[in-house]
Design a protein around this ligand. Structure first.
Ligand SMILES: [Zn+2]
Length: 443
C-alpha cells in the first residue's frame, strides 16, 4: 500500500520527482490519499503512468479537488517544459533536468478513473487481512486521517497516518478527529517547531476589516494573492462575515482565479462537510460563496475589465505566491499606487515574488517590466491550516497507551526533529524522524 504520492515543490528536492519509484507501482494493492494538496497527490499521474492499476481511495471531495489540481499541475509542467526548451535552445545549452513535462495532461486525466470514494468513518477492505479507514483531518475540505489496520493470526496492528492535521475552530471545515489507540503513528510536522499562540489571539476578521477600511478610505484597491484551495474560500467566508455585520463598506469582491472558482464549486457540492457555523450561514441564505457583492470572474477579458472599474474593490487572484496567474496584471495596475494595498494571507516561499515583496523590495519585476513598489504591503497571520506544536501534541493526547513508535515526517528537518524531541519529552514515547527512503520494520 501507499499512503499519499506527493510532488516535491522545493527547488532543492525537485530531482526526486524525476527518479523512478523505489517499488514497482503494479505491485501495490492500494493507494490511500489523505487530501488534494500537490505535496500529497502530485505524483499520482506518474504512478499510474508507471504501472499502477489499482484504486486510489480518498473522500469524494478530495477526488474532485485532486482532479482539478492535477490537471492544472500537468498544464503548468507542459508550459514550463516548452519554455525551458525554447530558452535552452536560444542559449545553446542544456539544463539539469530533461526539457520534458514530468507528466502530461493525458497522464493526469488517466488518474481520475482510479479514484474510489470513501466516506468519513468508513473503511475499505484491501486484502483479507488489511483495511484502511478514513476520518476527518480538519485541514482542507475532504482531508482525511487514514488508519491502516493489519491482522495476522490473532494479532492486530493499527497504523495512524495523519496526513496534514488542521487547527481546531477554523472556518468551514470541522475539527480533526482524535484517536485513542494506535500501535504506530506517522505524523506531519509542518509547524512542529512553532506555536501559533500569538496568532490565535489575533482576530483575523479584525485585521482584515482594518486593512480594508484604511485602503478604501485612501481610495485604493485591495489585491490579495491567494491559494485556490481553502485559503480563497476562507477569505470569502471572512469577507462575507464582515459584510453581514456591516463592518466594511459594501465593496465588490472579485474572485479572479479559474482554479479557485472550480474548487469553490466543489465546496458548494459538499455542504455535508461544513461545520456548524457554516451550515447556519447557508440556512440563513447567506452563503459565503454567493453573497451579493461577490463577482466571479470567468474570462481573461473580464479579468482585465476590473481595471476599468472606478469604485474601490477587493480582488482575490492566484497564484498565492505571485509566481504566475492573473494576480500579476492586478499587481501591475496597483503596485505603483500608494493608496492600494497588496494583502498576503498565506506562506510565501523563499525566492518567490510574494516573498520579495514581503521582505520590503522597493521595486518588482512583473510581466517583463520593473515597477516601483508604492502600494502598502500587508500580511495577515493566523490563516494557518496546520496544527502547531501544541496542536499536534493535543491531537495525539487521547492515546490510552503509548504507540510503539511515532514517526515524525513531512516537515523541514528542523521542524521534524524539534517536534520529535518535544513529543518524547512530553509523553515519554519513542519517536523517530525518518530520512528520505528510510525503511522501518513494524513488529
Ligand atoms: Zn496539506
Amino acid at each position: 500500500m501507499l499512503v499519499d504520492c506527493g510532488l516535491y515543490q522545493e527547488r532543492k528536492y525537485q530531482d526526486r520527482n524525476w527518479r523512478p519509484f523505489q517499488f514497482s507501482p503494479e505491485s501495490l494493492d492500494a493507494v490511500f490519499l489523505t487530501h488534494a494538496h500537490l505535496d500529497h497527490c502530485g505524483l499520482l499521474p506518474k504512478l499510474v503512468r508507471d504501472g499502477y492499476r489499482g484504486k486510489i481511495y480518498c473522500t469524494q471531495a478530495t477526488a474532485e479537488i485532486a482532479q482539478i489540481i492535477l490537471l492544472d499541475a500537468a498544464h503548468l509542467q507542459e508550459e514550463d517544459a516548452a519554455y525551458k526548451a525554447r530558452r535552452h535552445q536560444r542559449e545553446g545549452r542544456r539544463g539539469p533536468y530533461p526539457e520534458l513535462p514530468l507528466y502530461t495532461t493525458e497522464d493526469a486525466e488517466a488518474v481520475v478513473p482510479h479514484f474510489a470514494a470513501v466516506e468519513y468513518g468508513n473503511c475499505v477492505r484491501v486484502t483479507d487481512d488489511i483495511d484502511g479507514c478514513f476520518y476527518n483531518a480538519g485541514h482542507v475540505l475532504g482531508s482525511a486521517v487514514v488508519t491502516v489496520n493489519i491482522a495476522w493470526g490473532c494479532e492486530k496492528r493499527r497504523i495512524l497516518f495523519s496526513g496534514d492535521v488542521g487547527e481546531p475552530d477554523r472556518p468551514i471545515v470541522n475539527d480533526p478527529v482524535v484517536f485513542d489507540e494506535a500501535d504506530y503513528a506517522v505524523i506531519e510536522s509542518t509547524y512542529g517547531n512553532r506555536t501559533h499562540v500569538e496568532h490565535k489571539s489575533i482576530d483575523i476578521q479584525a485585521q482584515l476589516r482594518d486593512c480594508i477600511n484604511e485602503t478604501i478610505k485612501a481610495g485604493g484597491n485591495i489585491v490579495v494573492p491567494s491559494f485556490a484551495l481553502e485559503r480563497s474560500q476562507e477569505l470569502l467566508y471572512h469577507l462575507n462575515e464582515l459584510l453581514l455585520r456591516e463592518e466594511i463598506p459594501p465593496v465588490a469582491v472579485f474572485l479572479d482565479s479559474p482554479m479557485a472558482m472550480r474548487i469553490t464549486e466543489v465546496f458548494k457540492r459538499h455542504a455535508e462537510l461544513f461545520d456548524r457555523e457554516m451550515v447556519q450561514r447557508l440556512r440563513q441564505g447567506n452563503s459565503p460563496f454567493s453573497f451579493e457583492n461577490l463577482r466571479i470572474v470567468q474570462t481573461t477579458e473580464e479579468s482585465k475589465a476590473i481595471n476599468l472599474i472606478k469604485e474601490r474593490v477587493i480582488i482575490i487572484a492566484g497564484s498565492g505566491m505571485v509566481t504566475g496567474g492573473r494576480i500579476k496584471h492586478h499587481l501591475v495596475n496597483n503596485i505603483t499606487r500608494p493608496e492600494s494595498t497588496v494583502l498576503f494571507v498565506g506562506y510565501q516561499a523563499e525566492g518567490t515574488p510574494g516573498r520579495i515583496l514581503l521582505d520590503g523590495a522597493r521595486e518588482l519585476r512583473l510581466l517583463g517590466q520593473t515597477y516601483p513598489v508604492r502600494a502598502s504591503i500587508v500580511k495577515i497571520d493566523g490563516f494557518s491550516a496546520h496544527a502547531d506544536r501544541e496542536g499536534l501534541l493535543a491531537w495525539l493526547s487521547d492515546m490510552r497507551k503509548p504507540p510503539r513508535c511515532v514517526f515524525v515526517t513531512h516537515g523541514e528537518e528542523i521542524a521534524a526533529t524539534s517536534f520529535a524531541e518535544f513529543l518524547s519529552k512530553q509523553t515519554g514515547w519513542q519517536t523517530v524522524v525518518p530520512h528520505y527512503q528510510d525503511t522501518a520494520l513494524l513488529t
